[in-house]
Design a binder for this molecule. Structure first.
Ligand code: DPP
Ligand code: ZN
Length: 889
């Protein structure tokens, strides 16, 4: 497939002012009539009308009512020469929604019609200048069978509806706001809605709806609450109000991504809407809250102001992820402060931040270290769908967070206000955003900061300190260096905000005074590292301090510190910044586990067990924080930290570490289970959730160690649970153990939820992610293979694919990379099978092997032929070809 370059962007000679769409919906032959008022772009001299169309059967095409005088077709591009300034182009196409297994464009799910148009799905519905810089006003008429599709929805306001002959009916929708085609949506299905009417900040009454299948009406309350909270938060935090009279969320079971922010008609994967205590875990509740908020926030950051081209994707995604992260932190802090005051609130914020950092390290750091490494604003791509990445989203959010840190809360808000005042209703670039931030902050020079948008790779920051006892002076030297990435050998220094504290020997932070400053100030402050190397001198200190760097994870970098075990244990016990306390525990755990992987005969360092024990037993610490600090680093993250990564050795090391920590601390874990008894009634509440998380972690360690009391407790909790968080936590502990009870528990779980698609996803994932604690158990791959034939499994449903195959490939490296290569052959077979149906999902699965060159030589030798086999397979999609092509480069 050809490479598309950011530098090649040109505005179109013609854009569209209004578009009138008519859909005659039919499962196999939907007819779409599209009437566009095309207008010449005054900024471009000459040129044809450009339309894109894909997988369409074109029935008719006219320009001002006449067949076009001159028309060229090249693949998906259609060019029409037209005269004058304004012409009406009418296109009629026929499409087959039932045959559309890509879930891009118009498709069927459970008897209904749904759409997904981002990034380039609209061209699979009709011919259109399908680019985000073409913003048009849409009017949409839907016509369908009334019995099969009683509900007909599109963007904006419902202006007309009625009956038609032959048992059909219609509805007409008008969206008052110009929008790019990727934000178009329609839904025609048998659904019911949970409704709520609320007032916006200016006093307008708006109708909120969450549309689901009838049997799911009792699972919508949390999504609705989340929507209302998100509306309030955006009003209070950014002064941004809902601009429509009606805002709809629709849940659909077959969906490639998490959710989609179509104007006024958000379409969601059921996974991010449906929740009730019996079916959803605390994590599900949390995810729903953040995804509902994310899509809602896009209404301003994405829809009112959109992207000029897809290279600017992080303009809307990085910013909106940052906004949803801030929202979740505020929500958690609000509830926590009611129960535990300002300290509780601070801890709740830190726990959320730790979650975000975990995601970044698990998903984005490996991406930045692999063949797909790209800047948050890429320079080139073959298939844009491959660039909805952790880099664009999560690292993009970190870049916005650094702006927020540099400019401060108020400066950032002023920048946002200016951005909207300049660009409302426009399709703009990341430069426009950063310029508004700069201008609103007295011309703050952000030019050097722009390198974050252009450089790929995770920067390394090294710190070293020198203590001058006589002068009471501590000299900190920071250096930075970003390793080369594909196509980008040379890296320049970045602007890196480094939040720092200095801890005295008594464990207390010292007030900070840099040489030359009058008086000591705060105990945490942000240093700006802008050069390859910089030195900072702190004076007025009574004793040699221990530095705590990058507090709150103030920049998306890898911090390289020379700390011995004692210092890590000290920071685990005393660092005033909870993120760094957690990070110290992660660093210590990483050191211990990697040492075990290198020396299978070794033992877990006793100092680590002791430091771990102190955290575990500190009842003043929020249980949610302890659950984070006592969980070992993710397996994928650790694997990336090994050179010539050996998943089997790592797996053995992790098992040994868990067994040791389970055994040595059994009494403490059992005490946790005593204190964290199940609450009589489930409520989604961060305090309760933290207690459940810590109790579930205790079960995991005890089960890993084969502790009989722990296993018995897991059994009791599994059988007696009143909610999914406890039931699933106990089940997960049983499954990740050698206990013979694991099979019966899985069967009981299946029997209870056999008709519940979302819960069955958990059941599939748990089995695909199973380690072999019992040396006599069959390889996990055998179970995964047999689950492919389970009646509830389907390769056509992305959630099932992610649950079974995604978990096995991504979250179970110890089993996936079996030395006999069986996992790799299975991977190729499944990627090829998926690619024939759904290239986007196939490409995501293909990406699970992209960092294959980090593995041992023996594993690489097993993987290479499988990569080649997929690339050579007949009909290999551009999506998969790009991923594998880069992996093999
Ligand atoms: N734009 C969507 C989201 O990130 C993904 N298609 O919300
Ligand atoms: Zn988004």
């Amino acid at each position: 497939a050809p490479t598309i370059r950011r530098a090649d962007y040109r505005p179109l000679p013609w854009t569209v002012e209004t578009v009138d769409l008519h859909f005659s919906l039919d499962a196999e032959a939907t007819v779409v009539t599209n009437r566009m008022l095309c207008v010449r772009n005054p900024d471009v001299e000459g040129g044809p009308i450009r339309l894109w169309g894909e997988a369409l059967e074109r029935l008719a095409l006219t320009v001002d009512g006449q067949p076009p005088a001159s028309l060229r077709e090249d693949g998906t591009l259609l060019e029409i020469d037209a005269r004058g300034e304004r012409v009406v182009v009418e296109v009629r196409t026929r499409i087959n929604p039932r045959a559309n297994t890509t879930l891009s464009g118009l498709y069927r799910s459970n008897g209904g019609f749904f759409t997904q148009c981002e990034a380039e799905g609209f061209r699979r519905i009709t011919c259109f200048p399908d680019r985000p810089d073409v913003m048009a006003r849409f009017t949409v008429t839907l016509e369908a069978d009334r019995a099969a599709c009683p509900v007909l929805l599109s963007n904006g306001n419902l202006v007309e509806q009625g009956e038609l002959p032959g048992g059909r009916h219609y509805a007409k929708w008008e969206d008052p706001f110009p929008k790019p085609s990727y934000l178009f949506a329609l839904v025609a299905a048998r659904l019911v809605a949970l409704e709520r009417r609320v007032r916006t900040m200016s006093g307008r009454e708006v109708l909120l709806q969450v549309w689901v299948e009838e049997g799911n009406l009792d699972r919508c309350a949390h999504a609705m609450d989340s929507l209302v909270h998100a509306m309030r938060w955006d009003e209070e935090t950014f002064g941004l109000e809902l601009d429509l009279d009606r805002f709809m969320i629709v849940a659909v079971a077959d969906f490639n991504m998490g959710a989609m922010e179509n104007k006024g008609l958000n379409i969601f994967n059921t996974k991010f809407v449906l929740a009730k205590p019996d079916t959803a875990t605390d994590l599900d509740y949390e995810n729903i809250e953040s995804v509902v908020a994310h899509e809602y926030f896009h209404n301003w950051t994405g829809n009112r102001v959109t992207c000029r081209d897809w290279f600017q994707l992080t303009l809307k995604e990085g910013l909106t992820v940052f906004r949803d992260q801030q929202f979740s932190a505020d929500m958690l802090a609000r509830v926590a402060s009611e129960a535990a005051g300002p300290e509780g609130a601070a801890s709740a914020r830190a726990v959320k931040r730790i979650d975000d950092v975990r995601v970044l390290r698990a998903a984005q750091f490996p991406e930045d270290a692999g063949p797909m490494a790209h800047p948050i604003r890429p320079d080139r791509y073959q298939e844009i769908n491959n660039f909805y990445t952790a880099t664009v989203y999560e690292k993009g959010a970190e870049v916005i967070r650094m702006l927020h840190t540099l400019l401060g809360q108020e400066g950032f808000r002023n920048g946002m206000d200016l951005y909207f005042s300049y660009h409302d209703g426009q399709a703009v670039t990341c430069d426009d955003f950063v310029e508004a931030m700069s201008e609103a902050n007295n011309g703050f020079d952000l030019d050097p900061f722009m390198r974050w948008y252009g450089q790929a790779g995770t920067p390394r920051v090294k710190a070293s300190g020198a203590w001058d006892a006589a002068a009471g002076r501590y000299t900190l030297t920071l250096t930075q260096d970003t390793p080369p990435t594909p196509g980008q050998a040379l890296k320049l220094p970045l602007v890196i905000p480094v939040a720092l504290g200095l801890i005295g020997p008594d464990g207390r932070d010292r007030p900070l005074r840099l040489e030359g400053e009058g008086q000591a100030g705060a105990t945490t402050r942000v240093l700006r590292l802008t050069e390859a190397e910089q030195t900072f001198r702190f004076v007025g200190l009574d004793a040699e301090p221990v530095p705590s760097l990058l507090r709150g994870f103030s920049a998306p970098v890898i911090l390289e510190l020379d700390e011995d075990d004692a210092r890590l244990a000290f920071r685990m016990a005393h660092d005033a910044d909870p993120c760094n306390r957690w990070d110290a525990a992660q660093r210590y755990a990483e050191r211990v586990v990697l040492a075990l992987a290198a020396d299978p005969a070794g033992e877990v360092a006793p100092g680590f067990v002791e430091a771990f024990c102190i955290l575990l037993g500190d009842d003043r610490l929020d249980p949610a924080f302890r659950a984070q600090a006592l969980a070992l680093p993710g397996e994928g993250y650790l694997l990336e930290r090994m050179s010539a990564a050996d998943p089997a050795a790592l797996r053995s090391a992790l098992m040994k570490a868990m067994r040791t920590l389970g055994r040595a601390l059994a009494a403490s874990w059992l005490a946790v289970l005593e204190t964290m008894a199940p609450a009589p009634v489930y409520r989604y509440h961060p305090g309760d959730a933290g207690r459940r998380a810590l109790a579930n972690l205790a079960l995991r360690y005890l089960a890993a160690a084969g502790d009989e009391r722990g296993l018995a407790c897991a059994q009791v909790r599994f059988e007696g649970a009143t909610n999914m968080s406890e039931r699933f936590g106990a089940l997960a502990a049983l499954v990740q153990s050698a206990s013979p009870a694991r099979g019966t528990a899985l069967a009981a779980f299946h029997a209870r939820y056999r008709d519940d698609a979302l819960v069955l996803d958990k059941w599939f994932a748990l089995q695909a992610g199973a380690w072999r604690w019992d040396a006599t158990a069959a390889p996990t791959l055998e179970r995964v293979r047999s689950l492919l034939d389970d009646p509830a499994f389907s390769l056509a449903n992305p959630n099932k694919v992610y649950a079974l195959l995604g978990t096995f490939f991504r979250a179970n490296p110890g089993e996936f990379h079996a030395a006999d290569g069986s996992g790799h052959a299975f991977w190729a077979e499944q990627v090829i099978a998926l690619d024939a149906k759904n290239p986007q999902v196939a490409a995501r699965m293909a990406r699970t092997l992209e960092n294959w060159r980090h593995l041992t030589a023996a594993l690489q030798a097993s993987i290479r032929p499988q990569l080649e086999r997929v690339l050579a397979s007949e009909g290999c999609s551009p999506d998969v070809a790009e991923v594998i092509g880069k992996a093999l480069e």
